[in-house]
Structures are given as structure tokens and as C-alpha cells.
Design a protein around this ligand. Structure first.
Ligand SMILES: [Zn+2]
Length: 141
């Protein structure tokens, strides 16, 4: 399997991308359509800065969508209660809209990467590797 950078789309080694639900879903669709290349997705050293900006944007988008979707859902739940009475249909549509709003964030999807140095360079300069932006997400040992 080839290592392919998700930013420049060249065959390069780099930080491995963690499979998340979006990637798994895309893989499933591609497998179904038999167009899966099954490459190892990575972010190469040269693209790390671009990647981090993309990832930050995606995380912000996701938060905004969650707020908007949550607001719609709450409105759909509570508005009928205060007017015509609790409505299961409204809750259902609220959930549907919430799902749709969250789905929109897929367009700026940018997966997480494992913040460890590529295997080939692991022993070279371990102190020189870029620090993860969110240390709380780092899973070690
Ligand atoms: Zn690249």
C-alpha cells in the first residue's frame, strides 16, 4: 500500500491519518463501488502547516454546525410545548435538520492525524517533531 498525502496527494511518507467515521464511510462507499485504492493516508512534513489550518477550520465548522443544529433541535422540541403542545413530529424534524446541518460539515472534513514522527525518522530527531495542537487528545502508551 502506498502512503499518500491528503493535502498534496503525492506519494510521500508522513504523519498517519486516523480513520474516523467520515473516512470509514467513504471507504465503504468506495469498496462498494469497487474504486477503493486503499492507500495509507498521511500528511507529509511539507503540508503539515496547511493541514493544521484545515483541521482548525474543520473543528471550528463542526462547533458552529453543532450550535446551529442544536439550536434548531431545541426550538423544534420546545416551541410546540409552549404553543400547541408537545409534538413528536416536530422533534423528528428537529433531529432530521440537526443531522442535515451536521452532515454539511463533511464538506470541510479534515481527519485527525497521529502526532508521532514517521517511522523512518523516529530515532533521528525526536525532540524536533511538531507538537500537537491539543495535548489533551494525545494518546500515549
Ligand atoms: Zn503533502
Amino acid at each position: 500500500m502506498a502512503n499518500v498525502c491528503i493535502i498534496c496527494e503525492k506519494e510521500k511518507s508522513g504523519f498517519p491519518v486516523q480513520d474516523d467515521y467520515v473516512i470509514l464511510a467513504i471507504r465503504k462507499v468506495k469498496n462498494f463501488l469497487r474504486i477503493a485504492k486503499n492507500n495509507n493516508l498521511v500528511v507529509c512534513q511539507d503540508c503539515l502547516e496547511v493541514y493544521q489550518k484545515k483541521r482548525a477550520k474543520y473543528e471550528r465548522d463542526l462547533a458552529i454546525h453543532a450550535i446551529i443544529g442544536g439550536f434548531i433541535l431545541l426550538t423544534m422540541i420546545f416551541l410546540p410545548i409552549f404553543t400547541t403542545g408537545f409534538s413528536l413530529t416536530a422533534v423528528f424534524f428537529g433531529l432530521l435538520l440537526f443531522g442535515l446541518v451536521m452532515l454539511l460539515s463533511v464538506f470541510s472534513h479534515c481527519p485527525k492525524i497521529q502526532q508521532t514522527a514517521p517511522k523512518e525518522e523516529k530515532e533521528a530527531e525526536p525532540s524536533n517533531r511538531p507538537e500537537p495542537k491539543k495535548p489533551s487528545r494525545k494518546k500515549k502508551k
